[in-house]
Design a protein around this ligand. Structure first.
Ligand SMILES: NC(=O)c1ccc[n+]([C@@H]2O[C@H](COP(=O)([O-])OP(=O)(O)OC[C@H]3O[C@@H](n4cnc5c(N)ncnc54)[C@H](O)[C@@H]3O)[C@@H](O)[C@H]2O)c1
Length: 361
């Protein structure tokens, strides 16, 4: 292995601790500096790693000791921060979605291409053993030709636990743009790109009440639909049915199922790295668990950045910008279809990222 990739983290909120632990653990990554609009948050985030430079955002961008900017800001800031990193000649790896809308995401990809830098994007959970074992089962033909999939994510809302949940209820958020990236990225990994969508959406309430932290009890406005459903038509002909909701209490539906002409597969939660894959063939009684057979073992958030670090120059990383753009385009098209009541053609496409062999980093 060559030199570690020096990571500058921008945005040190709720999710940053998981990334900082991964960076600390993996030899291919080194924490170079952190920044946040609130320097106190940045300092608190790196308290376990004394001596880590806490810099203003502009200084982190200009720091020659930073190779890649890890963008963990809120979705509305993703594009602006990514463009700053690219302008400074740095690779950038963003939390999902790649940007709050596909026009901004396209600007990020165009700028990166012109600057000759790389773009990576969450979710990297789908590189773990859960989704990758399921993908291997599909690729090995265990379900036969894939016909359909279902994807279900139901929760009463993240404002119950997140201390600053405003971003979940503005454009760039909502159940689809927040949780959809896990599901749609998993579906594209399993079944390939999407060519058209049909959507419908609704909104239970115009306000939400924060349930934790210093702002507990404060009401925040809701400006996006909070229950989104639809059908994704894959290029292969397979049809995925999606339910993404912040408006329902609970579900017993599997996160994802894939149905093929010879069998059905239960795919683990795409917001987690691992989990059991189950198969039932036509005529089988019950389900059998498949052994872990592919994916990064014992992975955590940030493994996609480590994957980028080991991707040869000129090649798209697995958790890459083109895939993230397609996923955002699919989700935006679904919302456009819900608004118009008509099917929408998805203009973008992508390759399925290369499969991950069973691998411990
Ligand atoms: N919280 C989770 O469980 C979770 C899980 C997976 C992914 N994510 C994703 O991670 C991202 C961040 O989520 P979070 O929950 O950590 O949010 P958060 O609000 O807790 O933290 C975001 C941080 O970014 C900082 N910030 C905002 N704009 C900035 C800018 N222009 N420059 C520098 N700093 C800026 C804020 O001050 C804040 O500290 C989002 O894209 C979210 O979808 C969150």
């Amino acid at each position: 292995m060559g030199q570690p990739l020096n990571v500058g983290v921008v945005g040190c909120g709720a999710i940053s601790a998981q990334y900082l632990r991964t960076i600390d653990r993996l030899p291919g990554l080194r924490l170079a500096a952190v920044a946040d609009l609130d320097p106190g948050r940045a300092a608190a985030a790196v308290a376990p790693w004394p001596g880590t430079p806490v810099l203003p955002v502009a200084d982190l961008m200009a720091d020659p000791g930073v190779d890649v900017v890890l963008n963990l800001t809120v979705p509305a800031a993703h594009a602006e921060v990514a463009l700053q990193a690219i302008a400074a000649g740095k690779d950038v790896y963003c939390e999902k979605p790649l940007a709050a809308n596909s026009a901004d995401a396209a600007r990020v990809l165009r700028a990166a291409e012109a600057a000759g830098v790389r773009v990576g994007c969450a979710p990297d959970t789908v590189l773990g053993t859960g989704t990758q074992t399921a993908r291997k089962a599909v690729d090995d033909g265990l379900v036969g030709r894939p016909v359909a999939a279902t994807a279900t994510m139901v929760t009463p809302g993240h404002e119950r636990w997140h201390p600053n949940p405003d971003f979940y209820y503005v454009p760039g958020g909502g159940p689809l743009l927040d949780m959809g990236p896990y599901y749609v990225t998993s579906l594209v990994t399993l079944l390939g790109p999407v060519t058209s969508v049909i959507g419908a959406a609704s909104r239970l309430r115009g306000k939400r009440t924060i349930g934790s932290g210093p702002r507990r009890g404060e009401e925040i406005p809701v400006s996006v639909d909070t229950h989104v459903t639809g059908v994704l038509v894959h290029e292969s002909g397979a049809l995925s049915t999606l339910v993404m909701s912040f408006d329902a209490a609970a579900t017993k539906a599997p996160n994802i199922e894939v149905h093929g002409e010879r069998g059905s597969l239960v795919v683990p939660d795409p917001n987690h790295f691992d989990g059991v894959v189950r198969l039932s063939g036509v005529g089988d009684e019950g389900w059998r668990d498949l052994p872990e057979s592919a994916g990064y073992v014992a992975a955590g958030r940030g493994v996609g950045l480590a994957d980028l670090a080991t991707t040869p120059a000129g090649q798209e990383p697995r958790a890459g910008g083109t895939l993230a753009f397609h996923v955002l385009d699919v989700m935006e098209s679904l919302l456009a279809s819900a608004a118009s009541g008509a099917a929408v053609t998805v203009a973008s496409t992508c390759e399925r990222p290369p499969a991950v062999p069973l691998l411990t980093l």
